[in-house]
Design a protein around this ligand. Structure first.
Ligand SMILES: Cc1ncc(COP(=O)(O)O)c(C=O)c1O
Length: 291
């Protein structure tokens, strides 16, 4: 079937069975301070007011910020009723000076914590040396970082982007171009993509098409056609779905983050690698990056 949206065998996604999971979330449980933490997802399309309905007492300063936020920002997030003002290392402080342990590290990206002195020095030094130049010029830090990443990773070359979703947009384009280049003699080279149940690849239209969760996609449909979803961890189904001349690339999260911390088994990833090699398709690992 050419249109994967018709081919999606899943109307809702449930966690895949038999996959290793690092921990279980106990949603809505009471914490020691006796406060009810509302069910929050930073990425779900939820009622933006939902996060502010908690029983947590809200001080005047916090309330002002929250009310102003409602008037000046587009309501795309259900936020916890906490106004964070500063951070140091793994600690966060709200406008009332209350201290929190930062268990989310931004959105799983602040691996050095808040205000790391070496990181601060590097940012200040670069910002005061050269703020930004277009990619039409060469720039020393860009080349230095790329060289370092090539030296300490599997990659032969680096492509810098501003976000995870743009990395996937780039991978979609690279895959299409790769197939076109490889099969220049063919009228219609492979253009389809395979992604997995429970996946999250970003919010731009291409990455959204690779994201299985209905609540992310449905408000924006039609998204990019040509994506087939296979059950995460199911090697047999994946091997069947990866077709020479049809599949341009397979997108997989070795560890599903947004989906709920599910890790792929080594055998599954190995099966994808072999099937992609056999079909002349690319295998794209979507892994979370760190600042
Ligand atoms: C696996 C994965 N891919 C893509 C993204 C999108 O990244 P960004 O929010 O930087 O666009 C995320 C974000 O959480 C992610 O976890």
């Amino acid at each position: 079937m050419s249109n994967s949206l018709q081919m999606m065998r899943i109307s809702h996604i449930s966690p895949p069975a038999d996959l290793p999971r690092a921990f279980k979330l106990d949603k809505g449980r009471r914490i020691s301070l006796g406060e009810v933490i509302p069910k929050i997802s930073s990425c779900l399309v939820t009622d933006p007011q939902q996060g502010s309905t908690s029983a947590r007492p809200v001080t005047r300063e916090s309330k002002e910020v929250m009310e102003t936020e409602r008037n000046v920002l587009v309501g795309t997030y259900a936020r916890a009723p906490v106004v964070i003002k500063s951070g140091k290392g793994c600690k966060l402080y709200d406008v009332d000076g209350k201290e929190y342990l930062d268990m989310t590290a931004g959105i799983a990206v602040n691996s050095l914590g808040h205000g790391d002195p070496d990181w601060v020095n590097a940012v200040v030094e670069q910002a005061s040396t050269l703020t930004h130049v277009s990619n039409v010029y060469y720039s020393i830090p860009q080349v230095t970082l790329a060289k370092r990443l090539v030296e300490c990773s599997f990659a032969d070359r680096i492509f810098f982007t501003n976000s995870g979703t743009e990395a996937n947009e780039a991978a979609i384009k690279f895959a299409r171009k790769f197939q076109r280049f490889l099969h220049a003699d063919k009228k219609l080279p492979a253009t389809e993509f395979i992604a997995f149940t429970n996946s999250f690849h970003g919010r731009t239209m291409g990455a959204l098409a690779l994201t299985s969760k209905k609540q992310y996609r449905s408000p924006f449909e039609p998204v990019m056609p040509g994506v087939v979803f296979v059950e995460y961890g199911n090697s047999e189904e994946a091997i069947k779905a990866i077709q020479p001349g049809k599949t341009a690339a397979v997108f997989v999260e070795p560890i599903q983050g947004e989906g709920g911390i599910y890790s792929a088994a080594k055998d599954f990833l190995q099966a994808l690698r072999t099937a992609c090699d056999n079909a002349g398709a690319l295998l794209v690992y979507d892994e979370v990056g760190f600042t």
